[in-house]
Design a protein around this ligand. Structure first.
Ligand code: ING
Length: 328
């Protein structure tokens, strides 16, 4: 009996700075309703799906940014998503900005801010939480930039690692699911940590500017989408897993985010792709047994990996200069 699950990337169009969470949540419930009609069993929403991509806006006092965060999950505004999950028997992934009051590495309880995502089961249980590790951008206002990207200002580095959970989803009694968020997809380390936990399905949301905001050098526009797809396709192929990658897209207060949400299979093939930069549902049937081929042949980690040769990957942060050849 094939282990089939029908998934959807529920891409969102723009959310303007002035738009309320309830408007976004209403759009998301509509997408879940459409997903239900198509027999979808897991819906993946984008990163920071409840609000505009607020790290593009500078707040001198970071407490002024707290209105972009959720102090609880579910919060009053997000309860309709959990109700829809139970009503339709659909699981979902949600990206949001999280405020948590918890101990830090010194043991002190304090207010902490993370770029977070959760996986919710068809009965409304939160199955897994992840906090974004690879935070791009910068912490201080950068006058050179066309648009700010202040994730390092508003969020701490995630402290939950890259977890994978095996939990019931759709008609299956267990699927190995993991998450990453946006910039994480560009780092092979993130994919491999999930792969080393036998992940079968990676849910990831993203908010990616369609233009290079750093003005740090020419990058042809078409490469923005190419690099996003390349990262996800490589991650799936090299770890024999599926991924559902969902964009928040369109122009938010003049700043453009690209769409091109995709579902990718363990062969690295794009099996579905969004064509608009607005609210759009793309769906795919995933036969999880497709993970077996890669995992038992080319990427049979236990047979082929050589951790003793990979020490630099966790032993080093930045690159060092290489040895210099000299003629003997
Ligand atoms: N956004 C972008 C991303 O990694 C980015 C930032 C874009 C970094 C392009 C480098 C190149 O997709 C978020 N939110 O991480």
């Amino acid at each position: 009996m094939p282990r089939l699950i029908t998934v959807a990337a529920a891409q969102l169009g723009p959310i303007q700075k002035s738009e309320s969470r309830s408007v976004a949540v209403e759009r998301m419930v509509r997408l879940m309703e459409r997903a239900h009609k198509r027999g979808v069993e897991l819906v993946v929403f984008p990163e920071l799906a409840l609000t505009t991509f607020f790290p593009r806006h500078y707040h001198r006092d970071i407490e002024q940014a707290d209105s972009w965060f959720e102090n609880s999950m579910p919060s009053n505004e997000t309860v309709p998503l959990f109700d829809a999950a139970r009503r339709y028997g659909i699981g979902f992934h949600l990206g949001y900005a999280e405020i948590a009051h918890e101990a830090d590495e010194t043991g002190a309880i304090r207010k902490r801010r993370f770029n977070t995502s959760i996986l919710v089961g068809p009965e409304g249980d939160i199955l897994l939480k992840y906090r974004k590790v690879q935070l791009p951008g910068h912490a201080e206002y950068d006058p050179k930039r066309i648009v700010q990207h202040l994730e390092k200002r508003y969020f701490e580095v995630g402290n939950l690692g890259f977890p994978v959970i095996r939990a019931p989803m759709g008609g299956l009694d267990g699927i190995n699911m993991g998450m990453m968020i946006c910039n994480d997809r560009r780092w092979p380390e993130a994919w491999r940590v999930l792969g080393l936990q036998s992940v079968e399905l990676v849910a990831l949301g993203y908010n990616t500017p369609s233009l290079n905001m750093e003005a740090g050098g020419f990058e042809a526009h078409h490469l923005r989408v190419f690099h996003s797809h390349l990262s996800i396709q490589a991650g799936c192929y090299q770890n024999a897993c599926f991924a559902v990658a969902t964009a928040k897209a369109g122009t938010e207060d003049g700043a453009e985010l690209f769409g091109h949400s995709i579902v990718v299979n363990p062969q690295g093939e794009i099996v579905a792709m969004a064509s608009s930069w607005d609210d759009e549902l793309i769906t795919a049937d995933c036969d999880l047994d497709m993970c077996t081929l890669g995992r038992t042949t080319i990427f049979a980690f236990d047979k082929h990996r050589r951790p003793e040769a990979y020490g630099r990957i966790t032993g080093q942060t930045g690159a060092v200069a290489p040895q210099v050849w000299t003629k003997r």
